[in-house]
Structures are given as C-alpha cells and as structure tokens.
Design a protein around this ligand. Structure first.
Ligand SMILES: [Zn+2]
Length: 287
C-alpha cells in the first residue's frame, strides 16, 4: 500500500519515539526467539557443544551471560581487511577502552567482494562523531539510538552499492568494545551481543522492505538490492586486543566467526590482527 502525500517517512529514525520503541521491542522479541532456537540446536544428541550454553545461563546473568566463542564455527574462507584509517581509529578506541574502562560503540561500513567471504572496511563511525556524545556518555541506550539512526541513513549506501551492479555486497558492522574491569568474561560475546546481531540484521531487512516500496528507487536498483544485500556483521573488540567479528546466517540459523582479520599498514602491506584468543573462564556459581 502506498503512503499518501510527499512526506514519506519510511526511515526508522524519522518516526516518533514511541513507534521506534514499539518496532524495536517487536524485533527484539523475534531475535530472542531465534537466539533460543540457535542454542537449542546445540543441544542435539551428538553435538559436542551440548550443555555449554545452559551451564553459563545457569549463572543467572541474563543478557550479560558470556557465550564462549569456542562453540561457534568459523566462516568458510573468511577474510576481513581494514583500511589504514579504520584500523588507526579502532586502535584509538581500544586505547580509550583500556584507559577509561568504558565500552565504546562504533560502526564499520564496507563491501563484500563478489562471491567471496572477503570483506573490506573503509568507513568508520563512532557515536562520538555521529551524535556528539563524549566517550563517557556511551551507554547501551545511546548506542542503540545511534545505531537505529545509522540503519536509516544506510539507505543511501544500499542504493549506491546496488547501482554499481558489480555483485559486491554492502556490509554494515555494528561493534563495541569490552573493557577489562567489567567482568572476568570481558573477552567473550554476551548473550545480549548475539541477540543484537540478529536484531540489527532484522532492522536492515526492514529498511530493505521500505526501500522496495519507495517509488523514487528504480526497479533495476531494487533488483540488485534484492540480490546483493546489505549484510550485517558485528564486532567486539576486547581489551586484550582481540578483534572478534561475527556473522549470523539467517538461513541456517547459526553464528560464524571471522578468523582472518587484517589491516593495512602505513607502508601499504597487510598485517594480521589477533582474534578470538581469549579463553572464557568456566561458569561461576553466582546464585
Ligand atoms: Zn558486549
């Protein structure tokens, strides 16, 4: 159904706060159900991951429950390459995280090369340069708001990539850092982090649907968009320096790790970055 008038407000962040909250709550419920489905699949009879998630969930930490990365498979032939600029800014963020003990949110934008799992990131945003927040103000609510805005503003990018017709896929990666003093499990994705990845992926799908209804976008671009993304990833940078990128596959309902993470150096060579080296401590008895 077409909307009336010229004031098209398909972009999430242009809707009123109550509508946003309701839409996000719905997406969160859906993501939660999917996350539980993933965890249930690990409890199959022959699965050596069996019992791991329930053991950590028994700590009663809810969204903060650490989910050890050893239970996730690696993405086939994966590679992430960060531009020199992106890598430099991620280093600064890691320094702030270590020095101030705060969690810093950020977003990376890039492209996935045709028919590969090779991703190149060349744009970096953090809430500091997007919404004027200072590092100390970075809390989860503000991160979410900043991300919702970015999902909306990502429309232009989706359109631009679709117009290139070269089969590359736009990638948007939602990330945050984990300071060391918050928890002994700091080098681990939390249950909430994993659910957020599913939820952000759904937010992007929503933007895609809105664009499909947009009369200002050509049929050709809509077709490209249908075929080529965009794709959502997430990244946790742990205080120990691990750069942990994760992909959620909606089709087979599973998470996959990127294990080859590289950066461009100032002399134009590529340098390997550490990832997923953190050993998640065994579950503690909290109750
Ligand atoms: Zn986290």
């Amino acid at each position: 159904m077409r909307k009336m008038g010229g004031e098209r407000t398909g972009v999430t962040y242009e809707e009123n706060p109550q509508q946003i909250a309701e839409a996000e709550a719905k997406l969160q419920q859906k993501a939660e159900a999917e996350l539980q489905e993933v965890f249930r699949s690990f409890e199959g009879e022959d699965d050596d991951r069996r019992g791991i998630v329930p053991a950590y969930e028994a700590m009663g930490l809810g969204d903060m429950t650490p989910i050890p990365h050893v239970i996730f498979d690696e993405l086939l032939n994966n590679r992430i390459l960060m531009s020199y600029d992106c890598a430099e800014r991620m280093d600064i963020m890691l320094d702030v995280t270590r020095e101030k003990g705060v969690e810093v949110p950020f977003v990376l934008i890039g492209e996935q090369a045709k028919k590969t799992n090779y991703v190149m990131f060349n744009e970096f945003y953090s809430v500091k340069n997007n919404s004027g927040l200072t590092w100390n103000e970075c809390d989860f609510k503000k991160v979410t708001d900043a991300n919702v805005g970015l999902v909306g503003s990502f429309k232009k990018r989706i359109e631009a990539v679709a117009k290139m017709h070269d089969g590359s896929r736009a990638i948007i990666c939602f990330g945050h850092t984990h300071p060391e003093d918050r928890s002994i499990y700091y080098g681990t994705y939390s249950r909430g982090d994993l659910r957020n990845l599913i939820q952000y992926d759904d937010s992007i799908a929503k933007v895609k649907r809105e664009m499909k209804d947009d009369d200002n976008i050509s049929a050709e671009v809509k077709r490209e968009m249908e075929d080529n993304g965009p794709q959502t990833l997430s990244c946790v940078i742990a205080a120990n320096g691990d750069m942990d990128f994760m992909f959620y596959d909606h089709d087979d309902r599973n998470f996959y790790k990127f294990t080859n993470v590289l950066r461009m150096t100032d002399d134009g060579s590529k340098e390997m970055l550490q990832n997923y080296t953190f050993k998640t401590p065994l579950p503690r008895q909290y109750r």
